[in-house]
Design a protein around this ligand. Structure first.
Ligand code: TYD
Ligand code: MG
Length: 467
């Protein structure tokens, strides 16, 4: 039997195949298979005999203070209170979003607090990293810096002396290990390098952050296969046109996955945004139709954002539906409910929906605010600028209760809002934050209320039923 030392690995999903194919059978991606050397423990080899180890009970003694707060509060919020000893975290994001900037800031903060913190860059030269640190005012922080790409060299160097508390590897795609024969940047290499670093973290107790670039078309191999191996995956989001950046936990073995951290990219690095609602509402077009303020929740934190809608007559056979920052199928559902139950005809209109400030909303509670913005735009009736909206729309048109009503109202009151439009059933739990609550039981009522606001004579097309 001939020993097979090569196989074809899909650079998108990591599936292995014995021969080259145009299309990956596992994930359906075209032209994604590349030839890679097999890992050294090939199928021909007899597996070595394992070492015996003791199994333990759950009730054993827990180790000492396992978390280390980074000193960057927004980052600690997302990790669940700091970096866990011996854990490995993947920080994924588009190139240029600010991963290196955030991590050099976190490393410097830890080093200043007296912990051993190491920053290994595989992408930039030491001089470049220094230049950035200087610009960020971090030159005096005792960070240990190197530009290296060999995992074996890195682990050998770090094993000398006191174990570092935090090691940043920027980025995992540039690392390579001798244990694997493939070229750097391929899935096998990335996986091999990540495995070696994870093993080092578990053994030594150091926390490691791996940086991973992800492009929209999955061009660069790696982060997807690494996601399964690490303890936490943080995704750094935002788009080039906004200075806001949102850090979100996608997976977290040691903390919550619904918290977000908000940063602002400034001339001197990433600044923490302690009150995101204020920031997202800073540029409101008051008195314009088609905007509604949504009282949302991100984890334990209430966040107010403006939802903007534009409903305009179309000249196309198939009207356009475009959404930024919200779910397309959620919009389709709200539009269908408006058409089916509220008599609002949108078939001849293009619909655009945008969440201001580059924020992405994942909550169904935004349905009511989105519907209000849509109806307001269609009826050309500006909504009251001091009102917030929240509630889930069901397929029957009923407005359903959502969680954390009290926290949403409290945040709205804090920012000077005086009215809340919310589900009927939320009234009892809301407490008394000083807001005037208008409850809606059904989307039909909202349509009627907004149509009644429309300026007489100017209203484009009254969508109302009985208003
Ligand atoms: P960077 O951290 O290098 O991104 P990544 O590591 O995710 O690829 O950030 C690069 C961008 O950030 C770059 O376009 C310039 C901008 N930036 C600032 O606006 N201000 C700053 O102080 C720094 C350091 C970067
Ligand atoms: Mg970088």
């Amino acid at each position: 039997m001939s020993k097979r030392s090569l196989s074809f690995i899909c650079q998108n999903c990591g599936a292995a195949s014995h021969r080259w194919q145009g299309k990956c059978e596992a994930c359906g991606e075209w032209n994604s298979l590349a030839e890679e050397g097999a890992e050294r423990a090939g199928p021909g080899r007899k597996p070595p005999k394992g070492r015996l180890f003791a199994l333990e009970g759950l009730a054993g003694e827990a180790r000492d203070a396992p978390r280390l707060a980074s000193g960057v509060a927004e980052l600690d919020r997302v990790t669940g209170g700091g970096f866990v000893r011996g854990s490995v975290l993947l920080m994924a994001g588009d190139p240029g979003i600010g991963k290196s900037t955030l991590l050099i800031q976190a490393t410097a903060a830890l080093a200043r607090a007296g912990h051993r913190a190491v920053y290994i860059s595989g992408e930039e030269a030491v001089a470049q990293v220094r230049l950035r640190a200087e610009r960020l005012g971090l030159r005096d922080a005792p960070v240990e810096l190197a530009a290296e790409t060999s995992v074996e060299d890195i682990i050998a160097t770090l094993s000398e002396g006191k174990t570092p508390r935090l090691i940043v590897i920027d980025s995992i795609q540039t690392m390579w290990t001798d244990m694997v024969e493939s070229a750097p940047g391929t899935v096998t290499q990335v996986r091999g390098a990540a495995q070696a670093l994870i093993r080092y973290a578990k053994k030594s107790g150091a926390a490691i952050i791996l940086v991973g670039h992800v492009t929209k078309d999955g061009q660069i191999a790696g982060p997807r296969v690494v996601e399964h191996m690490v303890d936490a995956v943080l995704s750094f989001e935002g788009d080039g046109t906004h200075q806001f950046r949102i850090l979100r936990a996608v997976k977290n073995r040691f903390g919550p996955t619904d918290e977000i951290g908000v940063f602002e990219m400034t001339g001197s690095g990433l600044a923490e945004v302690a009150n995101p609602s204020k920031l997202f509402l800073s540029e409101r077009d008051l008195g314009q139709p088609g905007t509604a303020v949504f009282a949302g929740m991100e984890g334990t934190r209430p966040i107010l954002v403006e939802i903007q809608a534009l409903v305009a007559p179309t000249s196309l056979g198939t009207p356009r539906r475009a959404v930024v920052g919200w779910d397309t199928s959620r919009l389709a559902m709200v539009l269908a409910v408006l058409e089916a139950h509220c008599g609002v005809k949108l078939g001849g209109h293009d619909v655009y929906l945008n969440v201001a400030g580059g924020m992405r909303i994942h909550e169904p509670a935004a349905d009511l605010a989105a519907a209000a913005a849509l109806i307001s735009s269609l009826a050309n009736a500006p909504l009251a600028s001091d009102a917030v909206y929240f509630g889930e729309v069901s397929l029957s048109g009923a407005i359903r209760r959502v969680s954390h009503g009290a926290a949403r109202l409290k945040e709205a009151a804090k920012l000077g809002f005086t009215r809340a439009v919310m589900p009927e059933s939320a009234k009892g739990e809301a407490g008394d934050p000083g807001l005037q609550a208008s409850t809606v039981g059904n989307l039909t009522h909202l349509v009627a209320d907004i149509a009644a606001l429309g300026k007489p004579g100017k209203a484009a097309k009254k969508p109302g039923q009985d208003g």
